[in-house]
Design a protein around this ligand. Sequence first.
Ligand code: TTP
Ligand code: MG
Length: 362
Amino acid sequence: MDYREERIIAHIDMDAFFASVEERANSDVRGKPVVVGADPKGGNGRGVVSTANYKARAYGIHSAQPIARAWRFSEEARKKGSESAIFLPVDFLLYGRVSKHLMEILHSYSGAMEEASIDEAYLDISFVWNYKKAENLARKIKEKIKYEEGITASVGIGPNKLIAKIASGMEKPDGLTVVLPERVQPFLAPLPIREIPGIGPKTAEMLYGKKIFLVQDLRKISEAELYEWLGEWGLSLYEKARGLDTSPVCEGEEIKTIGDQETFEEDTLSPRLLSERLYVMCKNVLGSLSQGGFQTFRTVTVTVRFSDFRTFTRSHTMKNPAAKEDVLRIEALKLLLPFLDKRENPYKMRIRLLGVRIEKLA
Ligand code: TTP
Ligand code: MG
C-alpha cells in the first residue's frame, strides 16, 4: 500500500460563517433569519448575498444570489406570516479577526494545517492512528470552536483532502462525517458529479451532455476518453472519481487566489468606465498580493456579468510568473475587450458586474 493511503485528514468548514459570526456578535439578530451582503435597498439593491444563515436559506436565499431576489424571498415569507430576514452589511474586519482566532485553535490540534479559505482548513491528523480516535478529536475541535467563538463547524474525515472536503459538506450544519478508506467507493458512487471539487458549471454541462450525472457514471469513462475531452484536467478527474488524491496538507498555501469585483450602480458598456474600474481592481488585487506575502502570479481571470445575469469568466495563464501592475492590466484588458464588441457580445448587452482575479501565486 502506498504510504499516503494511510493518512487521516480532517476538513473543517464553519457553518454559514459570516452570518453565524454576526449572530454571535449581535444578540438582536440571534436566532433570526440573517442575510449578509449588499444593501437590499428595499428590493432595488444591486449587489449579491455573501451568505445567509440556515433560517434564511429555508426562504430560498443563498450565497451569490442577487440581493434584490433575496429581498423578495424575505417579503414572500413575511406575507406568509414568517419573520422577515435581517439584512446586514459585510464586516470583513470582524470575520477576519474571528477567522484568525479559529485558525489558531485549529493549528493547536495539528502542526500540519492548511488554510483553504476564510472559514475552512485541512488538518493532517494521521498521528491519531485510527478513525475512532480521529472522530473523537473532531468532536473536541467542534466543542472548542463552539466554546471559544460560539459558532458551529462541520467536519469531514477521510483518507485524503478530497474525501475530507466532500464529507464535511454532507451533514451541514454542525455535522461530523467520517469516511473510512474501505467506504470511499460506495460513499462517492451515488453523489452528483458537482460534489467533486473543481467540477464547475462548465465541466458539468459538458458531462451532462454525455449522460454523466453521478460519480458512478463518471467512473465508467476511460482515462483516455477523459483526457480527450478535458486534457490534463480530465486525468485529474479520473483520479478524483475514484477518490484518489495525494496532495499534501501544506502550510502556507492559505491564499490561493486574490480577487476584487464590483457591481456597478448602473449597467454599462462604456469602454472608458470599464477599463478605469478594471485598473482600480488590478491595483487593489496587487496590493493584496504583497499583503498576503506573495510576489508573483501566473493566472489572470476576468469575470463579466451582463445585465441579464449571464456570467462569464475568461482566464489566461502565462508561461512565466509576473509581478507588475501593467502586466496584470494588459492581461486583464485583453480578456475584457471581447466582451465589449462582437466577439463575445454581439447584442451589445450592458455589463452589470466586473471582476479580476489572480491565481498561481508564488
Ligand atoms: P462557505 O463556507 O462557502 O459558506 P458558509 O460558511 O456561509 O455556509 P456553509 O459552509 O454552512 O454552507 O463560505 C464562507 C464564507 O465566504 C461565507 O460565510 C461568506 C463568504 N462567501 C461569499 O462572500 N460569497 C460566496 O459566494 C460564498 C460561497 C461565500
Ligand atoms: Mg462555510
